[in-house]
Design a protein around this ligand. Structure first.
Ligand SMILES: [Zn+2]
Length: 236
C-alpha cells in the first residue's frame, strides 16, 4: 500500500488541508486545495475513483465539485464515495452552487456510488473498516485500512474517545488529529499526542490537521514512534 499525505494542516494553517492519497487513486477526504496540490505533484486527478470521507466539514470535502467537473469533461464516469449518510445530499448541493449550469449534466454523466461509512469496503487488496468518532456533534468516522504489508488508521477530526484508543491499539501506523495545543471537545491536541506516544510505543503516530504552532511543538519531541511528515511526504 502506497500512502502519501497530500496535506497535514488544519484550516488556519499554512499547510495543505489534511488529506491522504493511497495507491494514487483512493482519497481519504478531498479538502479545499487538495486537487491542485496533487496536480502540482504529478498525481493524475482523473485516476481518483474512490473517496473515503471522514465527515462533512468544508475542509474535508470542498474540492469535490472540481473533481466531478474534471471527470465530466474527460468522460471518466465512475466514482465511489464512502462516508456519512448525508454525503450525497451535501455533494449535490455544493456542486449545484459551484456550477449551476453544468451540475445537472455532471450528475447525469458520472455514475456515483454512495456507500455508508459503516459498511466494510474492499478496494484493490485493501480491506477498509470504519469507527465512529466524536467530532462536533456530527456523524464522523475514522478508517482502518488493512492489506498484507500494512495496517494503517486515520482518525479524521475527533476529540478523545474510545475509537481513538482502538485505532491506536489495532494499527501499526496512525494518522491522527493534532489540531490544537490542548485537546478540546471537538479535536485532539498535542497533549493527547504526547500521552499516546507513551501509551502506544509500538504504534507509529503521524500527526495531521496541525496548526503551525502545534507542528513546531511536536517537532521538538523525540519519540521513536513519532513521525512528523510534511505535505506530500510518503508513509513507508
Ligand atoms: Zn471537522
Amino acid at each position: 500500500m502506497e500512502v502519501k499525505l497530500v496535506g497535514t494542516g488544519g484550516i488556519f494553517s499554512p499547510l495543505n488541508s489534511a488529506c491522504a492519497v493511497i495507491n494514487k487513486h483512493i482519497l481519504i477526504d478531498i479538502p479545499n486545495g487538495s486537487l491542485k496540490a496533487m496536480r502540482k505533484n504529478g498525481i493524475v486527478i482523473n485516476s481518483i475513483d474512490t473517496i473515503f470521507l471522514t465527515h462533512m466539514h468544508g475542509d474535508h470535502y470542498f474540492d469535490i465539485p472540481f473533481l466531478l467537473l474534471e471527470k465530466y469533461k474527460d468522460d471518466k464516469n465512475e466514482l465511489k464515495i464512502i462516508g456519512p449518510v448525508d454525503a450525497e445530499e451535501k455533494i449535490k448541493a455544493l456542486t449545484e452552487l459551484a456550477f449551476p449550469n453544468t451540475a445537472k449534466k455532471i450528475f447525469k454523466s458520472i455514475k456515483i456510488e454512495y456507500i455508508k461509512a459503516t459498511e466494510d469496503v474492499k478496494v484493490d487488496h485493501i480491506a477498509v473498516s470504519s469507527l465512529p468518532m466524536n467530532h462536533d456533534n456530527m456523524e464522523a468516522y475514522g478508517y482502518i485500512l488493512k492489506d498484507k504489508d500494512m495496517k494503517i488508521g486515520f482518525t479524521g477530526d475527533t476529540a478523545l474517545c474510545e475509537s481513538v484508543n482502538r485505532i491506536l491499539n489495532e494499527c501499526s501506523k496512525v494518522v491522527i488529529d493534532s489540531t490544537f495545543e490542548v485537546g478540546t471537545k471537538t479535536h485532539l491536541g498535542v497533549n493527547d499526542i504526547l500521552m499516546f506516544l507513551k501509551k502506544y510505543p509500538n504504534t507509529t503516530i503521524i500527526p495531521t490537521h496541525m496548526g503551525k504552532k502545534e507542528k513546531k511543538l511536536l517537532s521538538f519531541q523525540s519519540f521513536d514512534n513519532l513521525l512528523i511528515l510534511d505535505d506530500m511526504d510518503d508513509i513507508n
